[in-house]
Structures are given as structure tokens and as C-alpha cells.
Design a protein around this ligand. Structure first.
Ligand SMILES: [Cu+2]
Length: 115
């Protein structure tokens, strides 16, 4: 009986440890992304997909800050920034191409940061 309890406690510690270890690759970061409106929000957020390792994303229209939680085994913050730039949005880590920017709806063509 005593062994059973010891075994139970051991496995409890083991599984708790596993759970913590499994979360080591989950990271939350913030990135400044230039943009204007709710439509920009949709475009920016839909550029980041679950299949690429994005667990959650939220771009704040007022602060222009993108908060993203991702799996570091699947994607890096730099790659995330590049995806956002590919969608037409300049940000702290990557710059959108002229074509990507011009492809945005006219109301979404934000004032680009000076280079
Ligand atoms: Cu917009």
C-alpha cells in the first residue's frame, strides 16, 4: 500500500514536470506593426496561421502592437514579422515590399515609417 502511494506521488511529479517541459517552446512576444483600421487588423491577423505554429494573435488598433503567442519549434519572431510584411504591413522587424503595400485597400495605406 505504501509503495502504491509513493508510486502515485512519483508519477504525479513526473507528469507535472512533463507538462512544464512541454510548454518551454511556447513564447509570447509583442511587435509594433504599422496599420490603420479594423480591416488592417483582419489582414494582419489572418496572415498568421495556426498551421505555422501561431497559437494566438491580436493586433491592437490603438496601440499598433501585435501580441503573438507561438511555438518556437515551428516559427521564429522574425518569420512572423516577415509574414506580416508580406501581407503589406511594415513592422519593427520587417518591411513590406512596395507591391504588397500598394495592394492594400486605399483606406489601409498607413503612413509608412521613415527608413
Ligand atoms: Cu485598414
Amino acid at each position: 500500500m505504501k509503495t502504491n502511494i509513493a508510486l502515485f506521488i512519483c508519477s504525479l511529479i513526473f507528469f507535472t514536470g512533463l507538462k512544464v517541459a512541454a510548454q518551454d517552446n511556447i513564447k509570447s512576444e509583442q511587435l509594433k506593426v504599422y496599420g490603420n483600421c479594423e480591416m488592417c487588423k483582419t489582414t494582419i491577423e489572418s496572415a498568421l496561421k495556426k498551421k505555422d505554429g501561431i497559437l494566438s494573435k491580436n493586433w491592437n488598433v490603438d496601440t499598433k502592437i501585435l501580441t503573438v503567442t507561438f511555438d518556437t519549434d515551428k516559427i521564429t519572431l522574425q518569420q512572423i514579422a516577415q509574414k506580416v510584411a508580406n501581407a503589406g504591413y511594415d513592422n519593427e522587424l520587417a518591411t513590406a515590399s512596395e507591391d504588397a503595400y500598394k495592394g492594400l485597400h486605399t483606406c489601409c495605406q498607413y503612413d509608412r515609417p521613415k527608413k
